[in-house]
Design a binder for this molecule. Structure first.
Ligand code: SF4
Ligand code: FES
Length: 141
């Protein structure tokens, strides 16, 4: 099984964790903190351009769970168990919160934590997960 790609960006107190494969390109992060999230820059996240409190508040709003964080020095503390909840995003994926086991069409199973986005538009190249293609095809539902 592929190991999921995970990128980390730190300021002095906290480290932002970004999982590109989970990102559904809703750009909520860019709208909330344009000085931190600059999709055209490399690296595209600059954790020094906001306070730790601002970062925490914004990361909590990432709809896909692609963004998370840990406080520096507290690595390896996996997120606490979350209640399972399902939410339909307007014009976007189906979000499932909580720790779940996903069995794909070939019978492979994978455990997902926190938030998982499932494609609802049919256009994802990474089914059953959303890969942001709903934006490209202008999915409306
Ligand atoms: S899914 Fe999260 S990380 Fe991706 S663009 Fe949206 S807010 Fe940013
Ligand atoms: S719902 Fe996002 S790619 Fe289909």
């Amino acid at each position: 099984m592929d190991r999921e790609i995970v990128k980390e960006y730190s300021n002095s107190e906290l480290t932002i964790v970004w999982k590109p494969k989970a990102c559904i390109h809703a750009a909520e992060c860019v709208k909330a903190l344009p000085n931190v999230y600059k999709p055209n820059d490399k690296p595209w996240i600059n954790a020094d351009n906001a306070t730790t409190e601002e970062l925490k508040a914004q990361i909590a709003k990432c709809p896909s769970g692609a963004l998370s964080y840990y406080m520096n020095g507290e690595e390896n503390q996996e997120a606490l168990a979350v209640e399972t909840k399902v939410e339909v995003m307007e014009n976007g994926p189906l979000l499932v919160y909580g720790t779940i086991e996903v069995k794909d069409k070939d019978g492979n199973t994978e455990v997902k934590n926190k938030t998982t986005a499932f494609c609802r538009c049919g256009a994802s190249a990474n089914k059953p997960y959303c890969d942001g293609s709903h934006v490209k095809i202008d999915f409306r539902d």
